[in-house]
Structure formats: C-alpha cells, structure tokens
Design a protein around this ligand. Structure first.
Ligand code: URA
Length: 234
C-alpha cells in the first residue's frame, strides 16, 4: 500500500506536540513519555484521507457557483493540518476576500482573543468557512452556493480529522447539521458532523454586536476544551 512517510511523520509530530501541550495544561509537568500520543494513528487507509494540498487542488480555480464571479480570492482555510480543533464560519467578508484568509477582520480579532484566552494560538487550530468566496454585500450564502462548496469543507474535515468542530453562527450550524433549528436552541449542545463532535455557538460578529452574550460562547468553549482534554487523557 502506498504510504506517505512525510505525512506520517508530520502527523506524529503534530499529535505529540498537541498531547504534550494538553498534558502541560492539565498541570502534568512530568509527563510519562511511554504513554504515547493516543491520537496519532489514523483509522482509515491513507488513500481515504486527502492532504489539504490535494483538496485545494481539487477545488482549483472554482467556478462551481455564482459567488466566484465577485470574488477577489478563494478563502480556502488556514491553520494546522493536524489541528485537533477546527472552526467553521459562514463565509469571507471584505477583508477576508482581499487577503484570501479567514477571519482576519474585526470578527477574526475577537476570535483570536478568545483563542488566546483559552491558551490556544491561531496557528494550532484550523479555521474555514461554509463558503469559500465572499457573498455580495455579506449576505447569507444561498442554498446552491452552500451545496457547491460543502463537499470541499467535508474533504478538509476528512483531511484534518479534528477532534472537535465548532460551528460559528447560525449559517455554519445550519449548513453543517442540515437543520433549521434556531441557533439559540442548538448552541451549547453537542451535535455531530459525521463522526466528529460539533459544538454550535454564536458567531463572533454577533458577539461584537451583543457583547453581553459573550459569556455563552465562553461557556460553549469550555465544553469544547473539556472534550479535547478528555480525548487526550486516555
Ligand atoms: N465571518 C465569517 O463567517 N467568516 C470569515 O472568514 C470572516 C467573517
């Protein structure tokens, strides 16, 4: 069977780093090395797990939906290919479209702050969106646009295999969970995207408008961190 030793080594190093970081966060300075990183071994054959570069190549100079007509850049996603935690937003805004990177505007700064408060660096998580091209005037992406783009997000999740997904806002939660249940009912409750536990929470833009709601997303993120630690703990 064809194997990619570079990929395998990257996975191992990433898993070991994550594991050590979590152990330190748990206050375990003298971690026993022989316990090993529990999350290292991929369950499926390498052929079922694309690299992010492959997914990006599959996407190409995408013209699958009308959003391609108005974009400056495809915003594919950003972060660690070995991330244990993956965030999914709605779609690029003006700054994201200009830079080709997700969550680099005001909402992104709030997301970065939240990550830092949780002891996480942006570089160690992965951040993507339901649609990879900016909807005009920042309108919600339409059903056909979501349908065209979602397979690539699915492939990114297959590639990264995060332990936990966080859906940022109504559009992401509805697209990933294929539901219309109001976000106020979904948030804070564990869901699944395939086999990956998914926590829906408020979008940072919403939290900028309603700062009093921030504690709810903070609580949701505590649930997420607990879930991540529980994975790394056995
Ligand atoms: N809002 C989103 O949903 N995604 C981004 O990348 C930026 C703002």
């Amino acid at each position: 069977m064809a194997e990619d030793p570079v990929r395998e080594l990257q996975d191992l190093v990433g898993a070991l780093n994550d594991w050590l970081r979590f152990q330190r966060r748990l206050g375990r300075a003298g971690v026993r090395r022989e316990a090993g990183p529990p999350a290292a071994a991929p369950a499926a054959a390498p052929s079922e797990r694309p690299t992010l570069a492959q997914v990006r190549e599959e996407l190409g100079d995408c013209r699958r939906c009308k959003l391609s007509q108005g974009r400056t850049n495809i915003v594919f996603g950003q972060g660690s290919p070995q991330a244990r935690l993956m965030f999914v937003g709605e779609g690029p805004g003006a700054e994201e479209d200009a830079q080709g990177l997700p969550f680099v505007g005001e909402a992104g700064r709030l997301l970065n702050n939240m990550l830092n408060k949780l002891g996480l660096q942006r570089e160690e998580v992965y951040i993507a969106n339901v649609v990879k091209c900016r909807p005009p005037g920042n309108r919600d992406p339409e059903a056909d646009e979501v349908a065209a783009c979602l397979p690539f997000l699915r492939r990114q999740v297959e590639s990264i295999r995060p332990r936990v997904l966080v859906a940022l806002g109504r559009v992401a939660a509805h697209a990933l969970l294929e539901t219309n249940t109001p976000l106020t009912r979904l948030r804070g409750q564990w869901q699944h995207f395939g086999k990956v536990p998914l926590m829906p929470t408020f979008h940072p833009s919403y939290l900028l408008r309603f700062p009093r709601e921030r504690h709810k997303t903070w609580e949701d993120m505590q649930r997420v961190m607990k879930e991540l630690v529980s994975h790394e703990d056995h």
